[in-house]
Every structure is written in C-alpha cells, then in structure tokens.
Design a binder for this molecule. Structure first.
Ligand code: BES
Ligand code: MN
Ligand code: MN
Length: 471
C-alpha cells in the first residue's frame, strides 16, 4: 500500500486541473484593499477564503475588530503532542493600474505559456492557495490533519495590516503556535527554490512642501519666492548622496553590520550582476559603495522616491511656480533600525535642510521593522526536506528586500519560529501590470507544503508550548 505521502502526491496530481480552476476563481475577485470602490470585493474575497477553510472542516471566523478589512481566522481542533503551525497570508491585492498595459484584464485570470496571469496571482493569492490546497489534500486523504493548524489570512497586507495588529492584540493567546509559515515572496530563480531568513522593514512617508499661497507666473515672480517644487528637489537631493549613502545624521546608528560569514554565503549564491541588470533594462546602477547587489538589495537600508508631483504636468510648457509640491518617499530598513527613530532623525534633518520660504509636512504612511530569523531550527530543516522532495533542486538561503509588516510582530508576540517560503519568481510582475504565477511553481509549492506538514509532524514539541493551548 502506498505511503500517506505518496497518496497525497497522487491526490494532488489527480486534482491539478481542479486546483487551477479554484485559483482562477479566487483571482477573479478584485480584492484591492487600497481602493474604497472595491470594499465589497474585499469582503467577497474574505468570504471565499472562509468558505474554503470551513469546507475542509476547520472552525472558521471572519473577524473585523476595527474599521478596515476583515481577517479570516481558522483552526483545527487542538491535539496535544503535535506541533502547531500558523499559516499567514493575504487575500488583498495591489491596484491593477494601468489596465491598458495588461495583455489580458487583471481580474480575468488567463493561462499563457505555463503561467496564470492576474493581479494577485503571485502576491499573494496563488501562494496562499498552495497551503489551503495542501491541508485540504491531507484532510481528503486521511480524514484528519497531520498537525495542529491555525490560519490567519488578512485583507490589509498591502495597506499596512492595521486591523490585523488589533486582532493580534486581542487574540494573542489564541494565535500561540510553534511555527509561522508564510509564502509571500520569491524563489531565488527559476527552478531554484529558497528559504528566506530575512525581510527588510519600511518607513514610508508623504512629504508635502508648501510655498506661496497660489500658483504664480514664473516670469513675473521667479527669483522673488522659493519655488516649492525646486525646494522639494533640493531636500530630496540631500537625503541621499550620489554614492547611495543616506545623509540623515544617525540613520545608520543601529544598523547591524553584515558578518563576514554571511557575506561569504551571499557571495556563493549563483548571481550575475550584469545579467540581473539586463533583465531590468539597465547596464549599471548607483549603489552603496563596498556592497554587492545582493547585499544592497537584502541587507542594506535604502531611500527611494516612489512618487513625485508639483507644477505643470500637461502637454507642452507652462511657465508657472506651483504653490505646492510633494513626494512619496520610503526607507527600507534592516534589523535593529527602529522606524520611529528613523522618523525622528528624518524630521530633525528636514528642519535643518529645508530652504527658507517654504514649509513642509510629513505624513506617516507605513512603519514596520525588519525581520531576521534563525536558521538553526528544526522547522528550517523540515522546510529544507520538504522543498528537496518537491522541487528539482534543494533550497538556497536568501533574504528579501521587500517587507511583510506583520511578521516582526508575530516574531515578538508569538515567540514562534518563522518560515518564509516564497514560491514566486522575481519576474512575476508583482505590483505591476501582467502579474503572473508559474503553474509549475503553484503545483510544486502545493506539494512542498503537503510534505512540510509531514516533516513538521516529526518534530517533538516542548511541553510548555503544548500547555499554552486551551484545547
Ligand atoms: N509580498 C510582498 C512583500 C515581498 C516582496 C516579499 C518581495 C518578498 C519579496 C508584500 O505583499 C508587499 O508588497 N509588501 C509591501 C509592504 C508595504 C505595503 C508596507 C512592500 O514590501 O512594499
Ligand atoms: Mn505579498
Ligand atoms: Mn505586495
């Protein structure tokens, strides 16, 4: 008789077409969390997830402890002596701007060249679904669950996870677990899976600069007032030097330097900087001196202008001094940098460098610290074994440049191990037109997830952990 693992593999293989249909169904819901017009769609996606979880026998709730989008929570009946895994993911998606740039409409999932195209395909609906399908497969094949599961699938990851923070405040004890499993990132490359042990944090602001009380003729008034758009460029030009170093005093104070050992490991990853730039349509780039591209991308803090406006944007020329200008700016942070301290350091620096004749306002948009996880954990070992069994190559160990705001809170509050197992690819076009997810990665991710539960089942859980569960 086939082993349980083989039976589950066979089950998943026999259901590939069904799984793809389920994915397409999920992707067709335009659950754009940032856009109030899509409120009802966001709720619809929450209900879709809740329905799926309760159909596979889990106790499921749709919670909304504060204004915002619902959190879907589900759990299996607790069985002592088995590890408890909390699966986290998000069902909300980024806006699909600009629809004209999509080859097929963003919410009409379309399969082309072995990938499914739709907003949310890779970030994060497709990746969330790998875990839902793997647990469902275990339930269908064994009529039970291999370990204890908790699911937290939220609808605000792309807008800062405020409702989930409240949910965590109110349900901290219920969420206790041995390990948090998250698939919301990328592999190292095609056919090269990765286990990710670090995420950058973020401090994101809108900077508004105000000058004269109204727009002015730039001939009549040029030279007599400070132009807010010009002032803004002066300010932005002083935040980062031409060498990519951030000039804000104190900005690097808490940055933990990369160890020689980690730098050595990162250099061993098969990475060709020129080939990487070529895929992005550039030949070279500014960057912090003394660091490789992978180090700059994963383990060093950065400053980015994400949006910029002010003055005339239409056809041809208009000679005008705008009364206001603004920018969306973000800092990616590394372990030990505190977003609140970064904000204070920025405010102090702005006070020093702002040209005379304009005023500014700094609006807070996102703040979350970076995450670093331990590689020395039985859960990492389990993930390594599961990935080895489902993908053509064993995983490499990577960090990510992106941020998942709730993860550092999970780490602090739950004290659990964190497993970041991204099934996506760097060219999935997340947050951009023509987002896609490879169907091969979708199925392999699902299989790896199913195997992961089996490997985790073999981990002995300390008594104290089991005691924290109420049963
Ligand atoms: N899934 C991404 C984070 C990510 C990106 C992980 C790339 C690994 C590789 C997540 O959905 C995301 O976009 N996060 C935002 C957070 C922000 C809105 C606070 C980010 O990183 O910009
Ligand atoms: Mn995501
Ligand atoms: Mn995202």
């Amino acid at each position: 008789m086939a082993s349980v693992k083989e039976q589950i593999k066979g089950f998943l293989e026999s259901r590939r077409a069904t799984s793809e249909r389920i994915l397409a169904d999920f992707l067709a819901i335009p659950s754009v969390s940032a856009d109030p017009h899509h409120r009802a769609d966001v709720v619809r996606a929450a209900k879709w997830v809740a329905e799926f979880l309760s159909q596979m026998g889990l106790h499921t709730e749709v919670a909304q402890p504060a204004p915002g989008h619902p959190v879907v929570y589900a759990e299996t009946p607790y069985r002592a002596g088995l590890p408890t895994v909390l699966v986290y993911g998000h069902y909300d998606v980024q806006p699909a701007e600009n629809p004209a740039l999509w080859e097929s409409p963003p919410f009409e999932p379309t399969i082309r060249g072995g990938a499914i195209y739709a907003r949310g395909a890779s970030d994060d609906k497709g990746q969330v679904l790998t875990h839902l399908l793997s647990v469902q497969a275990w339930y269908e094949v064994t009529k039970s669950w291999p370990i204890n599961f908790k699911f937290v699938i939220e609808g605000e990851e792309e807008v800062g996870s405020l409702v989930l923070e409240k949910f965590l405040d109110e349900n901290g004890d219920r969420l206790s677990c041995d390990c948090v499993v998250i698939s919301d990132g990328n592999q190292f490359g095609p056919d090269q899976p990765a286990i990710t042990y670090g995420l950058r944090g973020i401090a994101y602001f809108e900077l508004r600069v105000k000058g004269p009380s109204r727009d002015l003729h730039s001939g009549s008034f040029g030279g007599t007032v400070t132009n807010p758009a010009t002032a803004l460029t002066m300010i932005l030009g002083r935040i980062m030097g031409p060498d990519g170093r951030i000039a804000i005093p104190g900005f690097y104070d808490d940055v933990v330097p990369l160890s020689d050992e980690e730098r050595r490991r990162l250099r061993e990853l098969p990475f060709d900087e020129r080939a990487f730039w070529a895929t992005l349509g550039v030949e070279a780039a500014l960057g912090e001196p003394g660091y490789t591209v992978l180090e700059r991308r994963w383990a060093r803090p950065t400053f980015e202008v994400c949006g910029l406006w002010g003055g005339y944007q239409g056809e041809g020329a208009k000679t005008v001094i705008p009364s206001q200008a603004g920018a969306k700016i973000s800092f990616r942070l590394v372990p030990r940098q505190d977003p609140t301290r970064i904000r204070q350091a920025l405010l102090a620096y702005l006070a020093k460098i702002c040209p005379v004749g304009v005023e500014y306002e700094l609006v807070d948009l996102h703040a979350s610290p970076a995450v670093l996880t331990s590689l020395d954990s039985p859960y990492i070992k389990a993930a390594e074994n599961a990935i080895k069994a489902a993908f053509p190559r064993p995983p490499v160990f990577t960090r990510e440049g992106g941020s998942i705001p709730i993860v550092s809170l999970f780490q602090q509050r739950l004290g659990a191990d964190i497993l970041l197992l991204g099934w996506g690819q760097d060219d999935d076009n997340t947050h951009a037109p023509n987002e896609k997810f490879s169907l091969a990665d979708f199925h392999r991710g699902t299989l790896a997830s199913a195997y992961l539960w089996e490997f985790i089942r073999q981990i002995a859980v300390p008594e104290k952990n089991s005691d924290r569960h109420s049963g």
